[in-house]
Design a protein around this ligand. Structure first.
Ligand code: SF4
Length: 377
C-alpha cells in the first residue's frame, strides 16, 4: 500500500523531471503531446483533439543558440523555450500553442516558427479588452480556429473526444486542485513550499485524468492525518511563477510556508470559477474573461492588490511575497500598484526579482531574514 510520503515523492519527481514525465505520459496514454506556452491557453481544446497538452514554462539556465532569436533582456521563460526548441528537446511535440498575452510572447510566436520549424506553431489570439461583449464572440471564433488548426496536426495516435468530455475532465481536475489549495494551510509542515510547488508543477506534464486520480488519493491520505500546528511565518506568493528550488528551499529553511498563491503558473490556472449555463465553448470563453489578477491581462481597475489583501486575510498570511520575473514588463507595471494597495491595507510585502537561473540565495537570505525581523517579529 502506498503511503502519503510515497505519493508526495512520486508527484514531486514528476514535477522535477519534465522530460521524463512527458515521455512516460505519452507512453501511458498513447497520445502524442502538444506544447502549451504560458500563460493561459484553452487546454481543453487540445485534450478534446486527442492530444496530451503539456506546459512549456522554460526551465533551463544556459542560453547559447537562442541569443540569435531573442534579446538577452527577455524573460528567462521565453529564452529557455527557444533554447529548448533549438536544441531539439521539443521535437516530440506535434505542435506548440503560443498565446499573445504580452509583447514578448507576440514576438516569440513569430520567432519560434523560424527557429524551430519542426514544431508547427498555432498562435492563440486573445481579445485585449476582455470587458466588452465582443470579446466573448471573438473567443468563440478563436476556439473554432484552434480546433481546426489542431485537426490539421492530428495523427493516427490521437484519441479525439467531444469537447464536453474533455471539459468534464478539466472541471474535475480544477475541483480537486482547489481542494488541495484549500487543504494545504492545515498541513504546512508536510506540504513545504517546495513540495507544494512540485506537486502543482507535475500537472503540466501529465494527462489531467491520471494526475487528478493521483491527487485525489494524495488528498484523502493527507486529510486522514491530524491537522498540523505550524509555528513559522506564512507567505502568500504572487507573480508569473516561482520555479526556483533554491528559493523554495530557503523559505523552508527560514521557517516560512507558502499558504496560498496568485501565480500564473500555479493556482491561477484553475482558480476562476466556471459560470453556470451556456455551452461548453461559452463556459471556456468566460473562464478566460473572468480571470482576475494576472498582470499581462488588461484590467481597467487593476484588482490584484485587493485580491491579494483579501486572500491574505482569509488564509491568515503574515505577508505577501511578490516574485518579480526579471525582464517581465507586465509584472513590473503591476508592482507599484500592488505595493500601494497592500500598504493601504496594512499587509507587509516583500518583493524579490528572480528568474529561473537562481544559483546563489545568499543575498536573498539576508533580505528575507531582514523582512521577517523588521515586519513580522
Ligand atoms: S508575461 Fe512576462 S514572464 Fe510571461 S512571457 Fe511575458 S514577459 Fe515573459
Amino acid at each position: 500500500m502506498k503511503t502519503l510520503e510515497m505519493m508526495i515523492q512520486t508527484l514531486c519527481q514528476a514535477g522535477r523531471c519534465p522530460e521524463e514525465t512527458i515521455r512516460s505520459s505519452v507512453k501511458e496514454t498513447g497520445k502524442p503531446a502538444v506544447g502549451c506556452f504560458p500563460l493561459f491557453v484553452p487546454e481543453e481544446l487540445v485534450y478534446a483533439a486527442g492530444f496530451l497538452p503539456v506546459g512549456l514554462w522554460g526551465g533551463i539556465s544556459s542560453f547559447q543558440k537562442s541569443n540569435q532569436y531573442i534579446q538577452s533582456f527577455a524573460c528567462s521563460i521565453m529564452r529557455a523555450n527557444l533554447e529548448l526548441g533549438l536544441s531539439g528537446k521539443y521535437d516530440m511535440l506535434k505542435a506548440a500553442l503560443i498565446p499573445s498575452q504580452c509583447d514578448t510572447l507576440k514576438c516569440v510566436c513569430e520567432n519560434f516558427k523560424v527557429a524551430v520549424p519542426k514544431v508547427p506553431v498555432i498562435g492563440v489570439t486573445i481579445p485585449n479588452n476582455r470587458t466588452i461583449q465582443a470579446a466573448h464572440g471573438q473567443l468563440l471564433d478563436e476556439f473554432d480556429y484552434l480546433s481546426q488548426a489542431l485537426e490539421q496536426v492530428q495523427t493516427a495516435d490521437c484519441r479525439p473526444m467531444p469537447l464536453e468530455e474533455a471539459f468534464a475532465v478539466y472541471e474535475e481536475y480544477r475541483a480537486v486542485m482547489m481542494e488541495f489549495i484549500n487543504t494545504v494551510p492545515d498541513y504546512l509542515t508536510t506540504i513545504s513550499p517546495k513540495v507544494r510547488h512540485l506537486i502543482l508543477k507535475a500537472a503540466w506534464f501529465m494527462d489531467k485524468k491520471y494526475y487528478t486520480a493521483q491527487m485525489r488519493e494524495l488528498l484523502d491520505a493527507l486529510k486522514a492525518r491530524p491537522k498540523e500546528d505550524f509555528t513559522g511565518k506564512k507567505f502568500l506568493v504572487t507573480g508569473i511563477m516561482l520555479d526556483a528550488e533554491p528559493v523554495l528551499e530557503l523559505l523552508e529553511e527560514l521557517g516560512v510556508a507558502v499558504v496560498d498563491d496568485l501565480l500564473c503558473h500555479e493556482s491561477m490556472q484553475f482558480r476562476t470559477p466556471t459560470r453556470a449555463g451556456g455551452t461548453v465553448e461559452s463556459k471556456l470563453a468566460y473562464r478566460f474573461l473572468d480571470l482576475k489578477g494576472a498582470s499581462p491581462l488588461y484590467e481597467p481597475r487593476k484588482p490584484r492588490g485587493d485580491l491579494l489583501a483579501q486572500l491574505a486575510r482569509e488564509r491568515g498570511a503574515d505577508g505577501v511575497l511578490f516574485c518579480l520575473m526579471k525582464f517581465c514588463d507586465p509584472e513590473a507595471f503591476d508592482h507599484p500598484l500592488v505595493k500601494k494597495d497592500l500598504a493601504a491595507q496594512g499587509i507587509p510585502l516583500l518583493s524579490i526579482e528572480h528568474d529561473q537561473l537562481v544559483e546563489s540565495t545568499e543575498q536573498l537570505r539576508t533580505r528575507i531574514q531582514g523582512f521577517l525581523e523588521i515586519n513580522l517579529s
